[in-house]
Design a protein around this ligand. Structure first.
Ligand SMILES: [Zn+2]
Length: 300
């Protein structure tokens, strides 16, 4: 495992991470969110809030309480339209009078090829009510008086996902975290795009990652390399299972994920399915019928 710092991670209590950066942990711990969602307050005086978090009234009060007297929120930036990141955005916006900035709504940035593939299941956690006031494109620069962010559009976990580079660190949302791998569940999730997005993050040569969940990642390159290796290893297992007779996504997951409790197999199946669609796009696997969710998959 790459090194991950052990910080205090107490919900609602602002924590200074470095000059110009505070983190406020939301009170939504779960197997999918880890300790909860990280909201970041960037700058001092006229600040940006990155990922306001889930729609919990106490988290709204915690964010407002984390501001110093006279401090003003200039902008609310949302990494992606999953409820646990975006839901509080309109409520915070109406309290502080700042615009909500994101790549787009929950349908933005999706793989257009997936629309032609029929029902792919998925859709977990998407905030379809989310509407940014302003949209930002890939490589856009967002600036405040004492901070400057570069937007990197990083679809893969979610179509409208962005990472934000600040000095030599990156706010990595749910694209890259220290404590867990990312969920990639089609059609919102796209394994082909996810791998490309990891490569783009690696090219930034960031020192540290500030993820959407869990503690900061102190060695960004080591963790990103580990995430790439993990996915390539999983892909190799799936290709081997296809060579050994193939099967439906659920069958392949049961054969590959022999060490997970049965309750986690549906999530593992979503992950295998994402890999299968990626292998199909690369002409390395094909489904025996149009109903890819249930189809038998075989090697090409
Ligand atoms: Zn997410």
């Amino acid at each position: 495992m790459a090194e991950v710092s052990q910080s205090r991670l107490i919900a609602g209590t602002p924590e200074w991470l470095e000059p110009g950066l505070r983190r406020v942990l939301a009170p939504n711990p779960s197997p999918l969110t880890g300790p909860g969602t990280n909201s970041y307050i960037l700058g001092e005086g006229r600040v940006a809030i990155i990922d306001p978090g889930p729609g919990h009234p106490e988290h709204l009060e915690a964010l407002l309480g984390a501001l110093a007297p006279g401090e003003r929120v200039e902008m609310i930036i949302v990494t992606h339209a999953h409820h646990d990141h975006s839901e509080l955005a309109p409520h915070l916006a109406s309290r502080v009078g700042a615009p909500v900035v994101a790549f787009g709504d929950a349908s933005a940035g999706l793989n257009p090829a997936f629309a032609a593939l029929g029902n792919l299941g998925g859709g977990e956690g998407a905030d379809h009510a989310f509407q940014p006031d302003e949209t930002v494109a890939d490589e856009a620069v967002i600036e405040g008086p004492d901070w400057r962010l570069q937007v990197i559009h990083t679809p893969g976990h979610f179509g409208n996902h962005i990472c934000l580079a600040w000095n030599d660190v990156v706010f990595s949302g749910d694209q890259a975290m220290g404590w867990s791998t990312s969920i990639v569940s089609p059609p919102d999730g796209d394994m082909t795009a996810y791998m490309t997005s990891l490569d783009r993050l690696r090219a930034l040569n960031a020192r540290r990652l500030y993820p959407g969940h869990g503690a900061e990642v102190l060695d960004a390159e080591a963790r990103l390399r580990e995430l790439v290796d993990h996915r390539r290893g999983r892909e190799a297992q799936i290709l081997a299972a296809l060579q050994q007779g193939g099967g439906a996504a659920a069958d392949l997951a049961a054969r590959i994920y022999t060490d997970v409790p049965p309750g986690l197999l549906p999530a593992a199946t979503r992950n295998v399915f994402a890999h299968l669609l990626d292998l199909e796009a690369r002409s390395l696997a094909r489904a025996s019928s149009e109903d890819r969710l249930r189809a038998r998959w075989e090697p090409v």
